[in-house]
Write a protein that binds this ligand. Structure first.
Ligand code: TXA
Ligand code: MG
Length: 350
């Protein structure tokens, strides 16, 4: 059975030792828990793909340590980030440095042209690489002690709900008996990082590939550029699949601002996470065995609770899960995106 370790200096050293001999480990980040491997070892990274059941052409994000020294005002300078990015990125435009200075360490992944030595298995054979400096004390401790980049996808089996506690990671990888998982508490952000592609910044501007806690407005205001659309063929992108983050129970999104027919067609045991009560929507719920949950009204809170709630409800074998259709605002973009994909992929027990 995988082992959950408290974050003592000895346990952090145990994790680093595992990484040095090419093993994978479970690591907390502020977004979701990840499965980490040495980004410069083909054999180590291969273990991630095997454990997750992830298709080989889906690229991984390289996670880097924050710069070693801070200036007087507690921030890092341009050169600090350029030095950190140099082993991974061939070109680093000013907008990338601006974003790093503003949001790193933090829940933002930046896509840049890859440097020469970056492994194909990490980039999925593409000419670009995703890089993130995570803002979790234990993730940073491990990165600093390890002294290199770590490839870290979310620690869930491919297509399934991402983990936000050490126990979720253990539940997900029961069969990997030697897996060590560092317990860094419940993730503060709760959904994966915003991914911004800067490889076409000079022609179309920054492009958001995956919405997250860092919003469109924040990226536009930091870079002083309008966000653009991906030119040409879409790149491979697992979070970009229409079905992802999926519970095994069927998940339905309900427009709570209208009298929805969808709800009236349901039968059996239903878990309803919502902003309103059945009475407020004048729904006929008599034929249902309905359990009502309050869905957070603040986007950051909803993000933090989302995967935990989906996992808990999924384990209770309801016939249907019902969640609200979320507002079309940038603040809700991250949670809206995850729920939409979770709904498409739901209801398949494998
Ligand atoms: O918050 C996060 O980003 C978490 C934590 C653990 O850091 N990690 C994470 O990794 O979400 P993963 O592998 O579950 O999702 C990474 C996404 C994938 O959809 C992948 O396709 C995309 O990032 N990606 C990675 N490198 C890319 C690249 N070079 N170009 C385009 N997409 C890329
Ligand atoms: Mg993932």
């Amino acid at each position: 059975m995988p082992q959950i370790l408290s974050p003592t200096p000895e346990h952090i050293q145990d994790l680093v030792d595992q990484l040095r001999v090419g093993q994978i480990v479970g690591l907390p980040t502020e977004t979701v828990y990840g499965l980490a491997a040495n980004a410069q070892s083909i054999e180590a990274v291969q273990k991630i793909f095997t454990a997750k059941g992830r298709p080989a052409d889906h690229p991984l994000i390289v996670h880097i340590a924050s710069p070693d020294s801070q200036s007087e005002n507690n921030s890092f300078g341009d050169q600090d980030w350029l030095d950190r990015l140099a082993p991974w990125a061939r070109e680093v435009p000013k907008c990338a440095v601006d974003l790093a200075k503003m949001f790193w360490p933090g829940p933002l992944t930046i896509i840049l042209p890859r440097a020469k030595g970056v492994l194909d298995i990490v980039t999925g054979g593409q000419q670009t690489v995703g890089i993130r400096c995570p803002n979790h004390p234990q993730a940073q401790e491990v990165l600093h002690a390890f002294g290199g980049g770590l490839a870290i996808p979310s620690a869930n089996r491919f297509g399934r709900i991402s983990p936000t506690t050490a126990q979720h990671v253990k539940d997900e990888f029961q069969t990997i008996s030697e897996l060590l998982i560092l317990d860094g508490g419940a993730c503060e952000v709760g959904i994966e990082s915003t991914i911004v592609d800067l490889t076409h910044w000079d022609s179309v501007g920054p492009v958001i590939l995956r919405p997250g806690a860092i919003t469109v407005e924040q990226i536009e205001s930091c870079t002083q550029m309008k966000l653009g659309q991906q030119p040409g063929q879409a790149i491979r992108f697992s979070g970009g699949l229409s079905a992802h983050y999926a519970p095994k129970t069927s998940l339905i999104l309900l427009d709570e601002s209208s009298q929805s027919n969808e709800f009236n067609q349901l039968t059996g045991r239903v878990a309803w996470a919502s902003w309103v009560t059945p009475g407020e929507l004048h729904l006929d719920v008599n034929k249902l065995e309905l359990t009502h949950y309050v869905f957070p009204k603040v986007p950051q809170e909803a993000a933090q609770k989302l995967y935990e709630l989906l996992r808990t409800l999924d384990a209770q074998k309801f016939d249907f899960l019902v969640f609200p259709k979320l507002p079309q605002t940038n603040q809700w973009a991250g949670v809206r995106d995850r729920l939409a994909r979770a709904a498409v992929g739901s209801g398949i027990d494998q």
